[in-house]
Design a protein around this ligand. Structure first.
Ligand SMILES: CC(C)(COP(=O)(O)OP(=O)(O)OC[C@H]1O[C@@H](n2cnc3c(N)ncnc32)[C@H](O)[C@@H]1OP(=O)(O)O)[C@@H](O)C(=O)NCCC(=O)NCCS
Length: 165
């Protein structure tokens, strides 16, 4: 997927807004397009009900470009889901979403972001490395995988430098 890195930058302007129940239809649709093992509608509704920090980014014409969900803890923000619509991937939108995640963490006075990624998700791993995340461990058999098997998770962490923002 390294060819994604060579696509031109997304030229539009994205509007960010907290995710609401009215967004769920679009979010579930994009989620199903983006993952072989997507979150369910119930996962998103539960996250909203639990008041996780959830945001959507929409294009000027209102189409959903991406979204993310965060679970703030004491020492770090756990990035639970970050997704860009498949036809928009590789144009810098994921980086815009990550920038927004960093801003939210710093606003909340939290100096680090934690996430899990599949070792097979080379594009996401490269994007996170590019953003400064570093591998801090593995979770054995964390994800469902093809044919009833499981895949480990790489745990990555980004320490934020409040002075740079
Ligand atoms: C992972 C995801 C959110 C990244 O978003 P994206 O919009 O595709 O990523 P970007 O275009 O912002 O790429 C970010 C940076 O990584 C770089 N990059 C991308 N692919 C790369 C690669 N294979 N090798 C090295 N660098 C790479 C890009 O050059 C870019 O750097 P720059 O902004 O300094 O130029 C998106 O691809 C996605 O939704 N994937 C499917 C769902 C998913 O896997 N989510 C993550 C689950 S852990």
């Amino acid at each position: 997927m390294s060819s994604l890195a060579k696509l031109p930058r997304y030229a539009g302007v994205l509007a960010f807004a907290p995710m609401q129940a009215k967004d769920i239809e679009d979010v579930v649709c994009t989620e199903n397009d983006a993952y072989p093992f997507p979150w369910t509608r119930g996962n998103f509704l539960d996250s909203l009900a639990s008041r996780y920090e959830a945001w959507v980014a929409r294009e000027a014409d209102g189409r959903l470009a991406g979204y993310f969900l965060l679970l703030p803890a004491v020492d770090d923000v756990h990035l639970l889901n970050i997704t860009v619509r498949p036809d928009l991937q590789g144009q810098g939108i994921g980086t815009q979403l990550l920038d927004r995640v960093c801003m939210l963490a710093l606003d909340a006075g939290i100096g680090a972001i934690l996430l899990e990624v599949r070792p097979s998700n080379l594009h996401a791993y490269a994007v996170y490395r590019n953003a400064g995340f570093r591998e801090i461990g593995r979770r054995k058999n964390y994800y469902p995988a093809a044919g009833q098997s499981r895949e480990d998770a790489i745990v990555m962490r980004l320490t934020l430098d409040a002075g740079k923002q």
